[in-house]
Design a protein. Structure first.
Length: 114
């Protein structure tokens, strides 16, 4: 199993030359007015179905852990989908805790109520 290569800064994973998954993240620098450390925000993670439960996701997170450390980030953050029970259980296993609620609305939503 390889967790190598970067395409546009995204660590990719391949097994025997076949795409197996990726993880994308960006540094979220804390503004001076906020009392929090810089974080590595995980934008996206995907593991192809045949490779789920194999430890590949942990390997991808380990790769990011090194990047976060080198960049001076003290925390990870992510916004998982509320209905993705398997992913949320995985994140909790890694030590993630829910700290806030993320809300979204259509840009058109307000216009439709006027």
């Amino acid at each position: 199993m390889a967790v190598d290569g970067f395409t546009d800064g995204t660590p990719l994973a391949d097994i025997d030359g076949e795409f197996a998954g990726y993880i994308a993240a960006e540094i979220d620098e804390a503004p001076r007015v906020f009392d929090r450390p810089d974080r590595l925000f995980i934008c996206d993670i995907y593991v192809d179905e045949p490779y789920r439960g194999t430890g590949l996701a942990e390997d991808l997170f380990d790769r990011l852990r090194h990047w976060a450390h080198d960049a001076g980030c003290e925390e990870f953050s992510l916004d998982p989908h509320v209905d993705n029970d398997r992913a949320n259980a995985f994140y909790e296993k890694l030590g993630f805790e829910q700290t806030k609620c993320h809300m979204v609305a259509s840009v058109e939503a307000r216009m439709n109520h006027e």
